[in-house]
Ligand binder design. Sequence first.
Ligand code: FUC
Length: 715
Amino acid sequence: MKENRLWYDQPAKDWNEALPLGNGRLGMMVYGGVAEERVQLNEETFWSGWEDDGSSDDPETLAHLDEMRRLVFEGRYSEAQQLCNRYLVCRGPGHSDVQGAFGSYQTAGELFITFPHFKKKTAGYVRDLRLDEGRATVTLPGMTREFFVSFRYNTAVIRVTGCPEGTALRYERENCRVEDDGEEIRVAGNLPLAYALRIRRTLRDGVLTVFLTATTAYGTDRDPMAVCGETLDAAQEAGADALREETRAYFSDMLGRVSLTLPGSGGRAEVPTDRRLKEAAKDPGLAELYFNFGRYLLVGSSRGKLPANLQGIWCKDYEAPWSADYHININIQMNYWFAETCNLPELIDPFFGLIRLIAAHGEHTARVAYGCPGWVAHFTTNPWGYTALGQNPVYGAFPTAGAWCLRHIKERWLFSGDTAVLREFYPVISGASEFFLSYLVRDPRTGYLVTAPAGSPENSFLSPTDGSRVNVCAGPTMDISIIRELFEFHLAAAKALQKDDPLAPRLREALSQLPPLRIGKYGQIMEWPEEFEEAEPGHRHMSHLYGLYPAAEITASTPALFEAARKTIERRLAHGGGHTGWSRAWIVNFFARLADGNAAHENLVALFTKSTLNNLFDNHPPFQIDGNFGGTAGIAEMLLQSHDGVIDLLPALPEAWPEGSFEGLMARGGFRVSAAWRNGRVIRCRVEGKDDAPFRLRFNGQTTEAVGRFAYDAT
Ligand code: FUC
């Protein structure tokens, strides 16, 4: 990896310039101050709040469902909206109950290391993050600091050489009990979840060594303080050098599974990263660094009990933006878009754990709010599997959010070819299908089965009757695309498992009665079932293009829809769309699927220049990690696609990348793919799969059929 290092020639001005470290459970943000080091800490389960007692699900929703549907079907959208604002909502504060049941992800506090006699500024200062070592360093005359977080020992290590006598450590966090006996700082508190954090330090021969860990009582009845003590005992027994080597080997393995070399790779490595960012348009190597950084961030934020949240694992607040929760109307799904293609499937496991949680809790929501069997989740959730509607239908009336998460189970199966994941999640898949088979209702105007009343995530249209801004309708496009994919997946899973599923006939019948994707008066894919005037033509959500990406309903094999998808994106962009990091990242993936490499690259550069902070964190604003992950997925999608029955090399190669290579990207079917190109043409490629696995491979305008493996070398 040539582009494996972020570096800066001055300390972080603020948190958005600090450097992230993590092992998927513990996180650190390192500021690198000269006279005082500041390390902000996180542990993935540091959440206030508690399990919802089901009271957020309102029986009044069910009691008024028929009335809300009737108004929608009669086209009386304003009246329907008014009724939905009252009854298609959660009971009580729902997800906004940040100080109550829903809670918020929180900082685990901060560690300050104060060095006496140091001035604030010094020459010869370098601060860096070495991705394939999982290690940050700060070097200044006479002192070197290093920071890393061991996955195996679940311990963060800070080591300072050239550390003067009189160096002092202090820990700060609100509402906690802190004891410091000079060798160990012990912290305890309640969120109300009980938590503990322990920091042990030694200063010998000018070397300060700090071992730190934290945990909570989330999902266990073990005493957090005791768990931390055992963890540090093991870490200290192994020693800092062993943990550093284990961390290096871990990140080197995880990131080394895939490599990418783009033009200019390493060519500007001598320029500080914040300056490179400002000159992104003339630095193709930056895309390679960003790709490696994105993979680094997922390794650092998704290997414990909970998935990467809106901020991965890094959060400085007690009440984070959107609670740094798990929004499942694009955000958390986007966090995992590259996990399969970049061969990091084990990082998806915490997301699968969250899916189990929302499926369990969603049964209550399905029954109470809709009178349906099975399970349903709406636009967001938390570590306790919150599934109720939102306080407002504009974002909350999105009943297919949970089903959208199930496509990650489908992808796990498609990429691995292993039916075990189907067997494990079959009841969850069936539960989602059961809900929609019961919840879908026939639109008397069209005869189609639709979700009603429901909205297209967070977007609104102008009521045809009085021009007011409304969002509920009968069958928004995204709902129908997600349900179609779910039912087809359910049938495919039953076939793969050779199950004679009693739901199968109903699934086939329902599939034949879902409305098709439609093309509107602007030549665009219609977001709603009718030609409504858009309240916000540049909206950040492009939910009606779910079928283009991440699903594969709109492909080159459906040319009219393929062209309409392009018009849809162009219309969004023409009206200011793509203005949040994740929205721009989604557009990169859209253009990759449209095989338009230059447009994908143009939006990738816009992601860097308009929506990326100096430490390469994505900027919503504020910081939101989904853009990092969506942008990384977009780079992979520009180089390799396999969603349409063929392994497609360089499907969206921009002119800005005339030569380059990648190793180890994964294609559906479990194929490991490598390629090199020059002047935009493949000069070398290798595909490796299971011996008896047939596949089709497309490159340089030709399609080849092969079994098990394929190699080409025109060099
Ligand atoms: C959805 C998006 C917002 C934000 C939030 C966390 O509500 O519409 O832009 O990303 O998730």
